[in-house]
Design a protein around this ligand. Structure first.
Ligand code: SF4
Length: 403
């Protein structure tokens, strides 16, 4: 894991304290969604379909800070929507840091370079930008349904690293992900100075535009084994090695959705970031009154059978690390290092031919950007042939100024 020592120690202290208190369910990462509005309309997103009046609504900074204090999680992921569109985002970040929380500002990166150059945020060891990147070049542009976004995110990363900010990335893999291109992405992210990467499998949001993109459990394991076997020594991950082994199908866990509770404009979401089975007003109600036995794979809940998302399972892997056996497995995982597997190398090399990289960048429809500064939308009618099938499933793209 590539976490700074201070954060590792702080998190370890918190986890040990929970264990000593014999707490069975406790939060590790608060998923805070202070708005749903976004300047992209990605095919795999289940949030941007809310009606316009909700997309225009923002959670006041004070409410965000009260929710974080009520929850008590040592880490807060500010998600959304696009948090950099929130007019009080600086106040939210500063308030969370003042509460001594470790803050991950999750962003699609479109506005990052401007935010950094304008000095909207001071570098701080407790603040990390967490940039969403699902692939290298056109794979990412296809995933977010806009050409030019990958280049913009990379420009933002370079600017943030140069200013001394902590920068991490979040990569979600889908049916269309090409493991060779994902590995290329990891190499590029390490080269530009990203501190650590996080990985997840996509969750099949019932409201997402592209329902064919989501992976079933065995497909997820096959894909992650191809990506993470024979890995480069330079790759750094901000996740438990046991969780990465879970993604590769080398071990199993049961979901612990309470470890990553979600708070948004509706309240505390039952039971997790992805399912919306209701809302309660307090964190206490969420923990004490949610029928947790109805969720996770073992419950038989059909909506949980294919799920391998970090929101549900990384907490379980982290808890496992606290036991003697878990610690031994973690040390063994670290010793395995590169996960050398010639069979996986052959699978990787035989994977289908990657799509043309230049298409979305130079002669793609988004090559010329509109005056607003937002990257141009890719449409099914104007996308290059190798992108058209996927782009056809994208949500209708609207520039943020129309919201
Ligand atoms: S398995 Fe866990 S994280 Fe996944 S949908 Fe079910 S409750 Fe949510």
């Amino acid at each position: 894991m590539s976490l700074p020592l201070a954060q590792t120690l702080s998190l370890s202290r918190y986890l040990l304290a929970q264990r000593l208190r014999r707490r069975r369910r406790y939060p590790v990462v608060l998923m805070l969604e202070p708005l749903f509005r976004c300047n992209l309309t990605c095919a795999g997103c289940g949030k941007v379909q809310y009606p316009t009046h909700l997309l225009r609504t923002e959670m006041p900074a004070q409410t965000c800070l009260e929710a974080a204090a009520e929850c008590g999680a040592p880490i807060v992921s500010i998600a959304g929507g696009e948090p950099l569109l929130h007019p009080e985002i600086r106040r939210i970040v500063d308030g969370l840091i003042a509460q001594k929380r470790w803050v991950y500002l999750c962003s699609n990166g479109v506005l990052l370079e401007d935010a950094v150059e304008e000095g909207r945020f001071e570098p701080n060891k407790r603040l990390s930008f967490l940039l969403h990147l699902d692939g290298s070049g056109e794979e990412h542009d296809r995933s977010v349904c806009r050409a030019g976004v990958y280049d913009r995110v990379m420009a933002g990363i370079r600017a943030a690293v140069k200013k001394g900010h902590r920068v991490t990335t979040s990569t979600t893999l889908y049916q269309t992900s090409n493991p060779r291109r994902v590995r290329e992405l990891f190499d590029e992210l390490m080269e530009v100075g990203v501190e650590g990467m996080t990985l997840s499998a996509g969750y099949d949001f019932p409201t997402a535009a592209d329902q064919k993109a989501f992976l079933r459990r065995q497909e997820t394991q096959r894909l992650f084994r191809a990506v993470l076997s024979n890995r480069s020594r330079s790759w750094r991950f901000n996740q438990s090695p046991l969780f990465l082994e879970f993604l590769m199908g080398l071990r199993d866990y049961e979901c612990s959705p309470w470890s990553n509770p979600t708070y948004n404009l509706f309240g505390w979401q039952i039971p997790c970031f992805f399912l919306q089975d209701g809302y309660v007003d307090t964190f206490r109600e969420l923990i004490e009154e949610t029928p947790w036995q109805e969720y996770g794979r073992a419950s038989g809940n059909p909506r949980c059978q294919s799920c391998m998302v970090h929101i549900g399972y990384e907490g379980a892997a982290t808890q496992h690390m606290l036991s003697l056996k878990g610690l031994a497995l973690t040390l063994r995982a670290l010793a395995r290092g590169r996960y050398i597997d010639p069979g996986q190398q052959a699978i990787l090399e035989a994977w289908e031919k990657p799509a043309r990289r230049e298409a979305a960048r130079s002669d793609g429809p988004g090559a010329a950007e509109p005056a607003s500064g937002a990257p141009a939308a890719v449409t099914a009618a104007t996308a290059p042939a190798d992108l058209a099938a996927t782009v056809a499933t994208c949500s209708p793209a609207e520039p943020s100024k129309s919201l």
